[in-house]
Ligand binder design. Structure first.
Ligand SMILES: *[C@@H]1O[C@H](CO)[C@@H](O)[C@H](O)[C@H]1NC(C)=O
Ligand SMILES: *[C@@H]1O[C@H](CO)[C@@H](O)[C@H](O)[C@H]1NC(C)=O
Length: 505
């Protein structure tokens, strides 16, 4: 499979969006490059030699990569004499021969930077800044201990950035299971959070002293700090994930909110997103929405309040239109979406309750059915899936693809040839569906990457195609799997409810 599940791409689209505002950078200085260039031939060998190495996966055409390049080089130069060594490297993930590396590292957007420790045994996401000084400071912290000890008020003041989330473990002594688990977690979360431990909570800017081991999360919003005393690793992790998202995440043009918007999209909770025109109707919605968010706190739903203007990426991603605002959309953990267009403040509470009670029908996105569909490989969209695939009485080979996917582009001429070879066979249909803009029934098709191919015989037998992607193999497979006595009346009905979109709109 070429790339990971597309359900993850929501976080990616925001990440990309966030860097649209990155400042343009100066030209690249040529000689004496400190950044190592790696490729498939020497990646593993080089990484295995380093305790700590940072790798940027980039593409030559990517604008954010070009903006980052001089900053990255400057940082590499500043860090080249650091003790312990901090090495910065880059891989052209667009290069065909390096694609496998990109897949291995689950690269979904450019640039993606990873921190590899221990000869590549531990891999972490780089979540730091993108300008030289910021990169240097972030990496210096990353190469040091995952959790710093706080021994005084002064140390606390210098370590704790009050505009950021800060995690502190307060312990009567630095030993025992609670402490060990905390340190393990610190190692795991170090690239996402600033973390420290202390013997005395009185050094901290928020909260009372405690005598039991306590995890205290300091945050610049809502209640400003929260304590937690269950030191099982996954319990702490879940707690941190939830506590570090504001009750209502605000999506406007303020860059200091971007971190929380990212966290919101990375959360495993169901995500409720209310988009209104902030310059017109922010106030009338905000109070009501906050009340609802308070009601569902800790119950598996996260809330975001977005400006129609600032949130245009989300509109594109979900296939929404500005006329539908004010709108409330929920995406659950399984990726299903629920939509209430043109909502009024007084309707928020009851609609969210209906959603939680399972009374709202999912919103299913589809491109319009094309008026002309004359190419050898026919275009299927969600709204025509029923007619063209399930009820057509044909033997259908259906490709799920993404426009940006390289393996799909390679497959396209092969599918054309396959389709041409069945041109005079009315019982066989070769079709494709752009899965980035059409929702597909996940209980019927398991699409974890692109391209994914399925074959449905005219008598209703549905099988994935996992063979070689060659003309010969695909044709042979179709001939073997097809039902030669096509009879539309014998088709099993695998109903896909695509009408619900219209119900909702
Ligand atoms: C890895 O190989 C590439 C291509 O041969 C080369 O340009 C690069 O300098 C090599 N990197 C290292 C660290 O050896
Ligand atoms: C939001 O409202 C303002 C003021 O009524 C209007 O000028 C603007 O065009 C609206 N923006 C959008 C995206 O609808």
């Amino acid at each position: 499979m070429e790339s990971r599940a597309w359900s993850a791409s929501l976080a990616v689209f925001f990440v990309l969006l966030a860097f649209l505002h990155a400042s343009p950078a100066a030209a690249v200085g040529g000689e004496g490059e400190k950044v190592l260039t790696l490729d498939h031939s020497n990646f593993t060998e080089t990484v295995s030699k380093h305790y700590f190495i940072v790798v940027e996966f980039y593409a030559p055409w990517c604008g954010h990569c070009k903006a980052l390049a001089p900053e990255y080089e400057k940082a590499a130069s500043a860090l080249s004499n650091h003790d312990p060594p901090i090495v910065l490297a880059k891989v052209d993930a667009n290069e065909e021969a390096n694609r496998e590396l990109a897949t291995e590292f689950e690269i979904q957007g450019f640039p993606t930077i990873k921190i590899l420790r221990n000869g590549g045994k531990n891999i972490q996401e780089y979540n730091g800044p993108r300008e030289a000084d910021g990169i240097v400071n972030y990496l210096k912290k990353q190469v040091g201990p995952a959790s710093a000890e706080i021994k005084s008020l002064e140390e606390a003041t210098s370590l704790i950035d009050e505009k950021k989330i800060f995690i502190v473990g307060v312990f009567p002594k630095f030993s025992g299971e609670e402490f060990e688990n905390f340190m393990t977690l610190a190692e795991k979360l170090r690239s996402d959070y600033d973390i420290a431990h202390t013997l005395d909570a009185k050094f901290l800017p928020q909260g009372e002293s405690v005598d039991k081991p306590t995890l205290r999360l300091l945050k610049p919003f809502d209640e400003l700090f929260v304590d937690f005393q269950d030191f099982k690793i996954d319990a702490m992790e879940k707690f941190i994930e939830e506590a570090s998202i504001p009750l209502v995440t605000v999506w406007d043009n303020d860059p200091s909110n971007h971190l929380y918007i990212n966290k919101f999209f990375e959360s495993s909770n169901a995500k409720a997103m209310l988009f209104v025109n902030f310059s017109k109707e922010q106030d009338s919605f905000q109070t009501k929405y906050k009340e609802v968010a308070t009601l569902y706190k800790g119950k598996g739903v996260s809330f975001l309040f977005g400006d129609v203007d600032a949130g245009q990426g989300a509109f594109e991603y979900f296939g929404l239109k500005e006329e539908q605002a004010p709108l409330l959309i929920v995406q659950n953990a399984e990726g299903q979406k629920y939509l209430k267009a043109n909502i009024e403040p007084s309707q928020i509470a009851s609609w969210v309750k209906d959603y939680v009670d399972g009374l709202v029908k999912p919103f299913i996105r589809s491109e319009p059915i094309p008026e002309v569909n004359n190419n050898p490989v026919k275009v299927v969209v969600t709204d025509s899936l029923q007619d063209m695939v399930f009820n057509s009485g044909k033997n259908v080979l259906l490709e799920f693809y993404a426009p940006w996917c390289g393996h799909c582009k390679k497959l396209a001429p092969i599918l054309d040839e396959v389709a041409l070879s069945f041109e005079n066979d009315p019982d066989v249909l070769i079709a494709k569906l752009d899965a980035t803009v059409n929702d597909i029934p996940s209980d019927t098709f398991d699409v974890q990457g692109y391209p994914t191919l399925y074959f449905r015989s005219s008598n209703g037998n549905l099988v994935p195609y996992d063979g070689e992607r060659t003309r010969e193999d695909i044709i042979e497979f179709i001939q073997k799997q097809r039902d030669s006595h096509a009879d539309p009346t014998s088709t099993k009905s695998e109903a896909v409810d695509t009408d619900s979109i219209k119900d909702e709109l």
